[in-house]
Design a protein around this ligand. Structure first.
Ligand code: 5AD
Ligand code: SF4
Length: 479
């Protein structure tokens, strides 16, 4: 169970005027889980400077937009958000400070200052530990841009979250183990915005996890742009891969569940597949982006794997962990993609049977090789292919969710539901499961049987310990 909030230390209420009012921070995170994690680290850093978080940008002394550059639409969102902030600042006559962080900050740097004069500070993902100093400079009237890739490790300087912050964030937490990417898929900006692959030392990951567990966390998701490419320095002086890291984490007291994301098929090695067989804490759910089902397109994307290799990994994963569910990312309309290539993607989707997926129209990104390709696919073709693919993926997800009806599994209770007495937990497959009057509290695992399946969540009822449990028969790949 999550620990109860401790009483706050008593303040000297006899002289309130001596207490400076806490400054308020509003952080908005766009894009991937790495940004969610980084946003939390920035909030932890600024908590030490006296900032408390608010959910209302109009109420904030400092607004940080933690941005995503992966597709054009994501990057443009920042500018519409900045437009809104400028308007509300003018209307209120406020002097709210505005910072742009994340991958747009890294990619565009000073260009953001030029396009959006409302911005006081631009800070790239490798410089978050310098935020307090950068804010002081900005407050002194400078417009500050810091998008260096410093040689020091930012994680050595970013403070751990307080017990209170961890409790507020709930029993499932992220831990960054790796950042950056050396794969250079021809569509992707990540190798440019997040730089080369760097893995954290095993000892630092273990110590951050231990602290989170002591604060009531029960589920850890290891995150990295190429998380299964992890190669951290172990306490034995050797380089550890992700499987070894997961084994060490699984031994920690209080850690009930482990996940990792996002992986690359190329780095799904035998050790990692075996870890899925051997570690009960490792959840039977794998997000493994494939991007396309066409060998020709995979080659043009520089993915370093073909469709057969993907099928082979999935077959071995299913052998190791028969109840595993799969998720993936897809891009339609990559330059040169023909109807036949797209049909290969549809065929792969039908054969695997994904439990969930993300799919996108190809978006040319400045500086990436594919953006220069002369066979760009017309927008209306991309739109039609995306609609067809999403229809198939939604049907596949609905079929997976429906197959969960009557199944029994543990959920980790994370937050209150809409109605009183309800709690919402996560299934091993990341589905939200609503339970009425559960005999357990937030932060606890509860065994439930799924009674109803809705479009966005499932409903379950708690199982008495002695009830028989119906085991899951996973869908098999078509021959
Ligand atoms: N256009 C469309 N989708 C992209 N992704 C990455 N770059 C692009 C792009 N240029 C998708 C990939 C990746 C996910 C995080 O975003 O599917 O796995
Ligand atoms: Fe981008 Fe490819 Fe690296 Fe993933 S593996 S971050 S898609 S370059």
């Amino acid at each position: 169970m999550m620990q109860e909030p401790q009483t706050e230390p008593r303040q000297n209420i006899s002289s309130p005027s001596q207490q400076p009012a806490p400054r308020k921070l509003y952080v908005k995170s766009f894009g991937c889980q790495m940004n969610v994690y980084d946003s939390q680290r920035m909030a932890d850093t600024l908590a030490k400077e006296g900032f408390i978080e608010t959910q209302d940008p109009a109420d904030a002394d400092l607004v940080i937009l933690n941005t995503c550059h992966i597709r054009e639409k994501a990057a443009e969102k920042v500018y519409s958000e900045l437009g809104r902030l400028r308007k509300s600042k003018q209307e209120q006559g406020s002097d709210t400070m505005i910072a742009v962080a994340g991958c747009v900050a890294q990619a565009e740097g000073a260009e953001i200052m030029r396009r959006a004069p409302v911005v006081d500070l631009v800070v790239g993902p490798q410089s978050y530990h310098r935020l307090p100093e950068l804010l002081r400079q900005a407050r002194a009237g400078e417009r500050v841009v810091d998008t260096e890739f410093p040689t020091e490790d930012k994680f050595d300087h970013l403070p751990a979250p307080s017990a209170r912050a961890t409790r507020k964030r709930g029993p499932a937490a992220f831990v960054t183990v790796q950042e950056g990417c050396d794969k250079f898929c021809t569509f992707c900006v990540v190798p440019y915005t997040r730089g080369a692959e760097v893995s954290r030392d095993v000892a630092k990951i273990l110590s951050e996890t231990r602290q989170l567990l002591a604060q009531g966390v029960r589920e850890i998701t290891l995150i990295g742009q190429n998380v299964n490419g992890f190669h951290g320095l172990g306490p034995d002086g050797k380089v550890w891969g992700l499987a070894r890291m997961l084994e060490a984490l699984a031994e920690l007291d209080g850690l009930e569940r482990l996940r990792y994301t996002t992986s690359h098929p190329r780095d799904m090695d035998d050790d990692l597949i075996r870890a899925h067989r051997d570690l009960p804490q490792l959840m039977p759910y794998l997000h493994l982006p494939v991007q396309s089902g066409s060998d020709r397109i995979l080659r043009a994307m520089n993915r370093k794997h073909g469709r057969e290799m993907f099928f082979d990994i999935i077959a071995r994963m299913r052998e190791a962990r028969p109840d595993i569910a799969l998720s993936s990312d897809f891009i339609v309309g990559f330059p040169g993609e023909t109807d036949a290539d797209f049909e290969d993607t549809m065929d792969l989707v039908r054969r695997i049977g994904f439990a969930s997926a993300y799919s996108f129209k190809y978006s040319p990104r400045p500086g990436t090789p594919a953006a220069e390709h002369d066979q760009q696919v017309p927008e209306e073709v991309k739109t039609a292919r995306l609609a067809e693919l999403q229809k198939a993926l939604e049907a596949s997800k609905a079929a997976f969710d429906a197959s969960c009806r009557g199944r029994t599994f543990d959920i980790l209770l994370e937050k209150p539901g809409r109605q009183s007495g309800q709690l919402i937990g996560r299934s091993p497959y990341l589905q939200s499961v609503v339970v009425n009057d559960p005999p357990a509290g937030i932060g606890e695992l509860l065994t439930v049987t799924i009674t109803d399946v809705g479009p966005n969540s499932l409903a379950g009822r708690a199982v008495a310990a002695a009830e028989p449990i119906r085991l899951y028969q996973p869908a098999r790949m078509e021959a």
